[in-house]
Design a protein around this ligand. Structure first.
Ligand code: SMG
Ligand code: MG
Length: 362
């Protein structure tokens, strides 16, 4: 059962700007569960504002209290959560956090790690970094040089109209032809930008992530036919069906899998399996998670179909201090797959209390 909802507030080490705005801090909803007398935690990736998708932290809190928790009556296992919450439309991030808390608690109760439950064989995953829009190309170059110095093995640049060809050209020049580079538009372009987006082809990018609005699957398919840079979807992929359809019509040559966006880690695994079957490479996206979500993502990304480097960076890429006792670190360009029970993190309870801004026990 769910025993607590908590909201924390963490400042970011530097502003993170995307095509939909600037974030300087994060409010994060955490969910605690109790299974077989053992506690577990889930992290909701809903941002402060409904600008990445419709979900946001206050909405996630409200739907959890008013509609999700009351439906969890007889639920004892993570595998029963999605079914119990099925009547509630949408809100995948809020649902995912609930399922995650059950999963962490039941794995801890069984003394099993998430990685063992998934059956992964890799003990580390390559680490990529997502770099926001900067005030100048020079500032972006400094940031990227710093991340390369930290060992990241793949760079992702956020782009938007007016911040694309020039910064991408500059960074390709800076890092040379050998360093994997990709871009993410977070839906900032329209079908009218097709010609313009083609000009990115010359920079040998791994992929262009979500150039068009999330409901424009046909637009992405047309772009994929015309461009040589593979089209990757993020915001559009909200369920197994949407992924299957997007692949079917040629709109999704690469998939960014974010557990929160698809309703949880169990759905994320099913999407991974489908993509693998269809020969579509996948990678694990990031939502500026704390050490809770980062630990879970590192295990997920160790599944065999995750053949591309994910946005799983060190805790310190976003947070000066994480809420876990052993912040996620990047060593030789990789993040270790946690081996401890559950998702494998331990909370820094004193610090957690310090950054808590709201809390209810249920
Ligand atoms: O966690 O490293 C991270 C952030 C990765 O760029 C990132 N995420 O669209 O992929 C994406 C963005 C969404 C984050 S803003 C809510
Ligand atoms: Mg994205």
């Amino acid at each position: 059962m769910i025993t607590e909802l908590r909201e924390i507030h963490l400042p970011l080490v530097a502003p993170f700007q995307t095509s939909f705005g600037v974030q300087t801090s994060r409010r994060i909803l955490l969910v605690r569960a109790l299974v077989d007398g053992t506690e577990g935690w889930g992290e909701c990736v809903a941002p402060d504002e409904p600008t990445y998708s419709a979900e946001y932290v206050d909405g996630a809190w409200a739907v959890s209290v008013d509609h999700l928790l009351p439906r969890l009556g007889g639920v004892e296992r993570a595998t029963d959560v999605a079914g119990a919450l099925e009547d509630v439309k949408g809100h995948p991030m809020a649902k995912a956090a609930v399922e995650m808390a059950f999963l962490d608690a039941e794995l801890r109760a069984a003394g099993t790690s998430f990685a063992a439950r998934l059956g992964v064989t890799r003990d580390r995953v390559p680490s990529g970094v997502s770099v926001g829009i900067h005030e100048s190309v020079a500032a972006l170059e400094r940031a990227v040089a710093g991340y390369l110095g930290d060992g990241y093995v793949r760079i992702k640049l956020k782009i938007e109209p007016g911040w694309d060809l020039e910064p991408v050209a500059a960074i390709r020049r800076l890092i040379g032809p050998g360093v994997p580079l990709q871009v993410d538009a977070n839906t900032a372009y329209t079908r009218d930008d097709t010609e313009h987006l083609h000009r990115l082809d010359e920079f040998d990018l791994l992929l262009i992530e979500q150039p068009l609005p999330e409901d424009d699957l046909l637009g992405h398919a047309a772009l994929a036919r015309a461009a040589t840079t593979p089209i990757c979807l993020d915001e559009s992929l909200v369920s197994l069906t949407s992924v299957s359809d997007a692949i079917e019509i040629g709109a999704c040559e690469v998939a960014n899998i974010k557990p929160g966006r698809v309703g949880g880690y169990l759905a994320a695994v099913a999407i991974h399996d489908l993509c693998r079957q269809r020969g579509v490479p996948v990678w694990c996206g990031g939502m500026l998670e704390t050490g809770i979500g980062r630990a879970a993502n590192a295990a997920l990304a160790a599944l065999d179909g995750f053949t591309m480097t994910g946005d799983i960076s060190a805790s310190r890429r976003f947070y000066a201090r994480d809420i876990v006792t052993a912040p996620i670190d990047v060593v030789d360009g990789h993040v270790a797959v946690p081996v401890g029970p559950g998702f494998g993190f331990e909370l820094d309870l004193a610090f957690l209390d310090e950054v808590t801004t709201a809390r209810i026990e249920v």
